[in-house]
Write a protein that binds this ligand. Structure first.
Ligand code: F6R
Length: 260
C-alpha cells in the first residue's frame, strides 16, 4: 500500500491514471475488456468530471466494462440518491458506453443473495477486476464493508452502521430516517482480488481513517487495513486527509507519483 499526497487534485490524478490504464490496455488488447470497478459518493464527483472531460477529448470507453462497488437495498432505481441515479447523472449519461458494459448491483432484486453471487461470477467471467477505484468512509469502510467485515468476504447483503447512515444523511435532506439501512456491496475479498486499487480520500473527516490505514496493525475494526497486504494499492489523499499520518510513515509509504 502506498500513499500519494497531493494538494487538491485527487480526482484529476485518479482520472489520469484510469485514462493511462485504459489506453495501455487498448494498445495491447490482451483480452476483450478492461474491467474497471467504480465508487459513488462525494469524493468521486470530481473524478467523474475529469473522466468526462478526457472522454470529450477522445478517451474511449468502448473496451471497458464497469462494475459499481455497491448499491442501497430497497431504494427505487430511479430515486435521485440511488447509486444507479448517481452514476447516470455524474458519468454514464455523459459518455458513449453500451448498457451491457455497465454493471450495478440491483438492490431491488427478488433474490438478493442470488444477485450477489451472480455479480461475483460475472466479475470472474470477465477475468477479474483490473483497476478498482474506491472512496473511504470515516469509519474506514471501503465500498460498504463496514467494521468487522471479514477480510475474505465476497459480494453480499450488509447492514449499514449508524455512523455510515449518519454520514449519508446529507444526501437525504439530513433526515436519518430516509437513509436505507441495508446495501449490497462487493466484499473485501473481491477488492483484494483486484489487480490494482486506488482509494481516494479528501478532507479532514477522513484523517482518522487514514491514520489507521497507515499507522495501525491490520484489524477488521478498520476495514481499510486489509489493503496493507495488497501489492498495488495507492491511497491518494489531500493534505487534510493525510494530516494524521506521521512524517516517518510518509517517508516509508509515500510516493510522489504512481509506480508504472
Ligand atoms: C460508495 C462507497 C463508499 C464511499 C465512502 C466515501 O460507492 O463505496 O465506500 O466511497 O463512503 O464517501 P464520500 O466520498 O461521500 O465521503
Amino acid at each position: 500500500m502506498y500513499l500519494i499526497e497531493t494538494e487538491d487534485n485527487v480526482g484529476f490524478l485518479t482520472a489520469s491514471y484510469i485514462k493511462n490504464r485504459i489506453e495501455t490496455f487498448v494498445s495491447t488488447k490482451s483480452k476483450p475488456y478492461f474491467v474497471l470497478a467504480l465508487p459513488t459518493g462525494g469524493t468521486s464527483v470530481d473524478l467523474y468530471r475529469n473522466l468526462v472531460k478526457f472522454h470529450q477529448e477522445g478517451l474511449s470507453f468502448d473496451k471497458v466494462v464497469t462494475f459499481n462497488l455497491d448499491e442501497y437495498v430497497g431504494l427505487p432505481e430511479n430515486h435521485p440518491e440511488s447509486y444507479h441515479s448517481f452514476m447516470a447523472k455524474n458519468f454514464f449519461d455523459h459518455i458513449k458506453i453500451q448498457k451491457e458494459q455497465i454493471n450495478i448491483l440491483n438492490g431491488n432484486a427478488a433474490d438478493l443473495y442470488k444477485e450477489c453471487a451472480n455479480y461475483e461470477e460475472k466479475i470472474k467471467n470477465y477475468g477479474g477486476i483490473d483497476l478498482l477505484i474506491g472512496g473511504i468512509g470515516q469509519n474506514g469502510h471501503i465500498a460498504f464493508n463496514e467494521p468487522e467485515s471479514a477480510f475474505d468476504s465476497s459480494t453480499r447483503v450488509v447492514n449499514l452502521t449508524s455512523n455510515t447512515i449518519a454520514a449519508n444523511a446529507r444526501f437525504f435532506n439530513n433526515d436519518i430516517s430516509l437513509v436505507p439501512t441495508r446495501a449490497l456491496t462487493v466484499g473485501l475479498g473481491t477488492i483484494m482480488n483486484a489487480k490494482e486499487v486506488i482509494i481516494m480520500a479528501t478532507g479532514p473527516k477522513k484523517a482518522q481513517a487514514l491514520y489507521h490505514a497507515f499507522e495501525d496493525k491490520q484489524s477488521t475494526a478498520w476495514p481499510v487495513t486489509v489493503l496493507q497486504k495488497h501489492p498495488r494499492t495507492f491511497i491518494i489523499a489531500d493534505k487534510a486527509a493525510a494530516a494524521e499520518i506521521s512524517k516517518t510513515t510518509k517517508q516509508n509509504y509515500g510516493l510522489c507519483s504512481f509506480i508504472n
